[in-house]
Design a protein around this ligand. Structure first.
Ligand code: HEM
Length: 419
């Protein structure tokens, strides 16, 4: 049993039991961040802010939302949008934040790829980050179902049907996920449970892991310089703050981040006030109907690159059907980024512009991902520049896989050999 003395204040009472003082030092006031970083390092705190906004507006929405296939559509489009005071505002904030969080997730992820902040001890930051991306994808998909409009219904039908591609047990799995032969009321209630209960809890736990994983390897910096954090912290604590290469997480780093969060909020509330339509598909303002299939079913913008990879394979290879190859490529695209720390075969941590081949690789990857996103929205049977969209989608999908599995190892092995 620890040594408990008579407490001198309320803080002291808690401190003796929870060691708040030590915890605050380790995780906040003596958690050192390099000075040599820029606005891209504020994306993590912007992500956290967006998640809090989603959580709070979600709590307000769930007070009036009804997870029942008969009334779900009206509970959103009539009760929340027209009858509840400011219901429309909470819904717009929630929808815009759900879309914008993916933009920031992509910027945050590819900043780490550009600066190669995923290796030499930072692997757990990276892995927990990719887990967050995957869980956010499930959270966004389950949330998209809740208004029970036409896109909710048909996107759920298409995505759940994908599991039918699993050999032998596929159809049973689809039925198990849907809770019925077709997407219907039980599907809505289980996705509601995932969206408002299970997934948010998992997200909070993984965010905690992500923050904890950052604590020991520390964040990277603009030059990939390996900083002696103890030495630099010592300089800072001895009052030599100008010369020290580090600042504490609080107040130095967070105060600057708050400024970036405020600038971001101006942009965010401009979108909420004036451009909210981009986050809401017009087809989803028609109630779900299993009798009327929309002519062109596509996911939200942030899933389009993966959707295009799913559609990208249009020919059978031996016993493998085109749809099965597409499904395997899609499954790979979902988890592919998690392997980057091990596909990068060099131990160099430096920004992409310090290695020409890596720099070109990075920007080709960006172009391929953007092109996949654009083609994911176009009808598969269309034609661009005289070439069928299907062929272009195939070339782009193969390029994405080759960039990760072939070019990244080759470029980084060459870098390692150069020494
Ligand atoms: C809601 C989700 C997320 C939150 C709240 C979050 C939060 C943060 C914060 C606060 C930082 C430190 C400062 C900064 O670099 O921004 C950070 C760093 C980092 N995050 Fe995330 N993150 C999230 C998702 C992701 C995702 C999807 C990835 C992709 C793999 C990722 C990978 C990383 C990496 C590699 C670093 C270290 C950067 C460096 O060392 O310079 N994070 N994250």
């Amino acid at each position: 049993m620890s040594h408990i003395k008579k407490s001198t204040s309320l803080f002291d009472w808690f401190d003796q039991r929870l060691n708040i003082d030590k915890f605050w030092k380790v995780m906040v006031s003596e958690y050192w961040i390099p000075k040599n970083i820029n606005f891209l390092w504020a994306m993590g705190v912007i992500l956290l802010t967006l998640f809090i906004l989603l959580f709070v507006t979600g709590l307000l929405l769930v007070m009036y939302y009804k997870p029942d296939a008969v009334v779900a559509f009206d509970s959103v489009n009539k009760t929340i949008m027209q009858e509840v005071e400011y219901g429309w505002l909470w819904r717009h904030i929630h929808a815009v934040a759900a879309s914008v969080i993916f933009l920031i997730l992509y910027i945050h992820t590819f900043t780490a790829v550009y600066y190669r902040s995923y290796k030499n001890g930072r692997e757990m930051i990276w892995v927990s980050g990719i887990l967050l991306f995957l869980i956010f994808s499930a959270e966004a998909f389950s949330g998209y179902m809740l208004p029970w409009g036409q896109m909710s219904y048909w996107a759920a039908t298409v995505i759940t049907q994908l599991f039918g591609g699993i050999p032998v047990i596929g159809e049973a799995v689809v039925e198990w996920i849907r809770g019925d032969y077709a997407v219907s009321d039980p599907t809505l209630t289980r996705f509601f449970m995932l969206h408002v209960c299970l997934l948010p809890v998992v997200i909070i736990a993984v965010i905690a892991l992500h923050f904890y994983a950052l604590r020991f390897p520390h964040v990277n910096n603009l030059d990939g310089e390996e900083i002696d954090f103890e030495l630099e912290a010592d300089k800072y604590l001895k009052g030599n703050m100008k010369e020290a290469k580090v600042i504490p997480f609080w107040p130095g780093f967070l105060a600057k981040d708050f400024m970036y969060v405020c600038i971001f909020m101006i942009f965010f509330f401009y979108l909420v006030g004036f451009q909210f339509n981009f986050a809401m598909d017009p087809i989803n303002f028609d109630p779900a109907s299993h009798l009327k299939t929309p002519p062109h079913i596509y996911p939200e913008w942030y899933f389009l690159w993966q959707y295009e990879i799913l559609r990208g394979f249009f020919f059978d290879v031996g016993p493998l059907k085109a749809a099965d190859i597409g499904l395997m490529a899609f499954a790979f695209s979902g988890v592919s980024l998690i392997f980057i720390p091990w596909l990068d075969r060099s131990s160099v941590v430096a920004p992409a512009h310090k290695n020409r081949a890596y720099f070109i690789w990075f920007w080709v990857l960006m172009i391929v991902l953007i092109a996949l996103t654009i083609y994911g929205k176009l009808p598969a049977d269309g034609v661009t520049f005289g070439i069928s969209n299907t062929y272009i989608g195939f070339v782009l999908s193969i390029s994405y896989i080759a960039l990760l599995l072939v070019f990244l190892p080759l470029i980084t092995i060459a870098e390692r050999k150069r020494g």
